[in-house]
Ligand binder design. Sequence first.
Ligand code: ARG
Length: 624
Amino acid sequence: MTAAGGDRGRDHAGGAGGPGVNFRGELRRIFRDALSRLAADGVVAIPPEELPTLCDQVRETADPKFGDYSGTMAMALAKRAGKKPRDVAVAIIERLDVGDFFEKPTEPVGPGFINLRVRDDALARAVVAAVHDPRLGVPRVPQPEKIVIDYSSPNVAKPMHVGHIRSTVIGDALSKILRFRGHNVVTDNHLGDWGTQFGMILWGWKRFGDEASFAADPTAELGRIYRTVRKLADGKPEDLAADPGLAGLAAQYPDAGREVLLETAKLHEGDVESRGLWERFMPACLADIEKLYGRLDVGFDHALGESFFQPFLGGVVEDLCARGLARESRGAIGVFLDGDDKPPFLVRKADGAFLYATTDLATIRWRLDHWKPDRILYVVDHRQGQHFDQLFRTARLWGIADVELVHVAFGTVLGDDGKPFKTRAGDTVGLESLLDEGVERALQIVGSGDEGRGGAGMTDADRRHVAETVGIGAIKYADLSQNRTTDYVFSFDKMLQLTGNTAAYMQYAVARVEGIFGRAGIDREQLRAATATVRLADPRERALALELVRFSEALEDVEADYRPNLLSGYLYDLAGCYSSFYDALPVLKAEGEDRASRLALCDLTGRILRQGLALLGIGTVEKM
Ligand code: ARG
């Protein structure tokens, strides 16, 4: 599912959104007017609701020799009207009112491309406005929305593993980006704090829990119990063969699997002892995940876990039944979304237990009542696709309208072998040790940059601090720079490289760009205040300037499809434009106006790189 239909989430140029300009957004509007006139003049018939999609066919060009932007809709329109694409393109060009921002195109190129170039004076003005703008030239969305983002949402009391990092990191980046664009974002960590894993822990604790170990390290003890009970309940022969202690327990408790379910049911029914233990264990579980969030530097406005919604579940099922949406089937209750012969979306099991689905329905209702969102995004593994599909359809039948529900799905983290990422021993890799390893490895590259600038002046404490930022940044960025829907291979070697699209390269780029000012003793605030114009005579200056003012377009693209990799890709391209500029042209040694102008471009590049990385949740450092 993609985001906005119509004009929602699209940018303005200037005006209420701030001083920033989104040239592409402006151009799309110009095309929209032209296409409306084209239709009104009877050249081709265009249903008004198709206008936004047609205008989305105005995109940045890959090669400046085709201008800065190109509109390609003439081809599709001509085909439909049975006309020549070039003729339609000419008719569009005649109706383009390009205003002050663009050079008027003279004729179509090739089969019917309409290529446009931003006027140099407009580009220079946009750069200067961005230099003076705390938002770096990014306008606010014209129609801010209330957007709830449900992410991270681990099942507590189970050790978090590398898969959880994706939801956490992608959700955090999206919330920062949407907030920066001007939306009203509410983040919620829908903790799995009420599921079978607690049944396992309660059952195990009562049989072989160890008070002293719990006192010494609660999460280690709970983790031990969880892993043991999980293996007992699974009863895999290879697990039992590998561990005589486990085999002994298996002989002692042959019915562990069923007993665990009963234990879970007891907790859900409000059994006093079980509830007491749950309350005792929860703080330790939460402290454990908080520690990880601290290191990842992510936070939430709310963490309303599954347990919070328990009081509402009975009512949800009753209401669904009363409206004739859910009914009984072999003792259980479900919503038959795909006809009587297809499995229903179950909301109550035959033993009376409620399900993940029930909680999610109660959660939607609660969020609507309390937060009145326009959109709810669920940043969750693609393997839950069917759950969300059924959840959203049930919600619609239940009368949940006027809110967009989106499953922002992501793929699996793979190991070098192309299989889901595991340790050599075959266990899933704990997140904590993964972060530790990233930081350890980062320590080896810290200080290996430009001699005399990087490592030389650093104390051990500096190096540690930088390594934490670089190591954690590498792990986050590796994830964010992938197309979220594809699986990706987790490789420390790749993610810590100093070249290519990695966090380390980007962090290094920021340190280099910004290092100029320190070395030359230039006050950046003063530089900005004094910037009244920039010179874009050299093609590399112009290319950098154009890339700088495209920050808002990159953020707009992230929102359109909830893909943070469109921002990391943009930042990487920006760093590339900067290198071409900086390698070819003198900056500190330039003369007069060129010097001031180029320094202003450097300043804005550094700020946009830093801000862009911050929106991805990636920290930066002064020296590497
Ligand atoms: N706790 C679930 C899991 O770890 C994810 C929950 C996602 N959010 C939701 N509202 N269902 O698989």
